[in-house]
Design a protein around this ligand. Structure first.
Ligand SMILES: CSC[C@H]1O[C@H](OP(=O)(O)O)[C@H](O)[C@@H]1O
Length: 353
């Protein structure tokens, strides 16, 4: 039995009371043809859901990890190990799932600080506080996206045609979205003419998820292959590119889905603005530059196969970096819930906090 999804899409939800309730995750691997909600009972199941991309998108991953910490603490009985060692185990279990999106580590640090503040509280009180923190991270992200959406929409005077990459919508966040949040705001304000949706090989977040969100919301969108972006820019049919991010370094370098750097170079060539939409939680001032961001290498089968269908011969080498880094000098502006900043980012990013 699958639940009907309300128009205000979210990637996960808590069901029941905190003592026995469960986390429900929309299995994004099955979209757009099947809306199936997984039921998760433990930190281990949450970790698997993140690693297997049942849930994906930097903010959504952070929210899921925070609920994973709360579920893990709920299960802790103190019989076989100390609370401190169990909290460290849970942290490391969830932190090992995916390396690039800083929100995962940002959310786990928020949970660590809760546990530190409640060092002398009993397990039940700590569990409750971790659930509070997970719900706060969830709601804050949604609220932030509404604000950043409006800041982004204000960059555009009239009707505009946006090209976007991957999925940065409600499915990747606590709701509403980052780059797709700006697109939603433009749509709501009557300033959106059209959206070009990059399919985003190999995982097809654009074709499967962004296109699905646009259809759900009645946003006029055209699905294109990643290799078509240059063609439509050359025809003068793209007014701006807006993408999300998984980590922005202190100098403004942007780690995002593979193929983003290619778009930024194309924008430079065609003199098209290249915007990055992000919550502050994805800006990592502790990382100096893009050179210091670990790029996740995923299973080659995600490239050599489409679903179960093998598209490449056995024996051929396969590369699968899941992200790339766009240098700050190709980024026109960074849109956040605290406002829009422009280069030099080493100076402008710290003003947001
Ligand atoms: C709003 S963050 C979305 C961000 O996450 C995606 O990566 P993945 O689908 O592998 O989790 C992609 O980089 C998006 O820009």
């Amino acid at each position: 039995m699958t639940d009907a999804i309300a128009s205000n899409v979210v990637p996960l939800k808590w069901e029941g009371d905190r003592a026995s309730g469960t986390l429900r995750m929309l299995d994004q691997r099955r979209l757009p043809t099947e809306e199936y909600w997984q039921t998760l009972h433990s930190a281990e199941e949450v970790a698997r859901g993140i690693r297997d991309m049942v849930i994906r998108g930097a903010p959504a991953i952070g929210i899921a990890a925070a609920f994973g910490m709360a579920l893990g603490m709920r299960a802790f009985d103190g019989e076989h190990t100390s609370r401190a060692l169990e909290l460290r185990r849970l942290h490391d279990l969830l932190a090992s799932t995916r390396p690039t999106a800083v929100n995962l580590f940002w959310a786990l640090e928020r949970c660590r600080q809760v546990a530190e503040r409640l060092e002398d509280a009993d397990n039940a009180a700590l569990t409750d506080a971790l659930f509070d923190e997970a719900e706060r991270i969830f709601q804050d992200d949604r609220d932030n996206n509404l604000r950043l959406g409006n800041f982004g929409a204000a960059l555009f005077e009239g009707p505009t045609r946006i090209l976007t990459h991957c999925n940065t919508g409600a499915l990747a966040t606590g709701g509403y979205g980052t780059a797709l949040g700006v697109i939603r705001a433009l749509h709501a304000q009557g300033k959106l003419t059209h959206v070009w949706v990059d399919e985003t090989r190999p995982y097809l977040q654009g074709a499967r998820l962004t296109a699905w969100e646009c259809v759900q919301e009645g946003i006029d969108a055209t699905l294109i292959t990643d290799s078509m972006a240059a063609h439509f820019m050359k025809l003068g049919q793209v007014d701006a590119v807006i993408v999300g991010t998984d980590r922005i370094a202190r100098n403004g370098d942007v780690a995002n889905k593979i193929g983003t750097y290619m778009l930024a170079v194309l924008c430079k060539h065609h003199n098209i603005p290249f915007y990055v939409a992000t919550p502050l939680s994805t800006i990592d001032l502790s990382t100096a530059s893009g050179d210091d961001i670990e790029i996740e290498q995923r299973d080659p089968a995600e490239v050599s196969h489409i679903g179960e269908r093998q598209m490449a011969p056995e024996g051929v080498g396969v590369a699968h970096p899941a992200f790339d880094v766009t240098p700050a000098n190709l980024v026109t502006a960074i849109i956040t819930e605290a406002g829009v900043v422009h280069p030099p980012y080493t100076r402008s990013l710290p003003t947001l906090f």
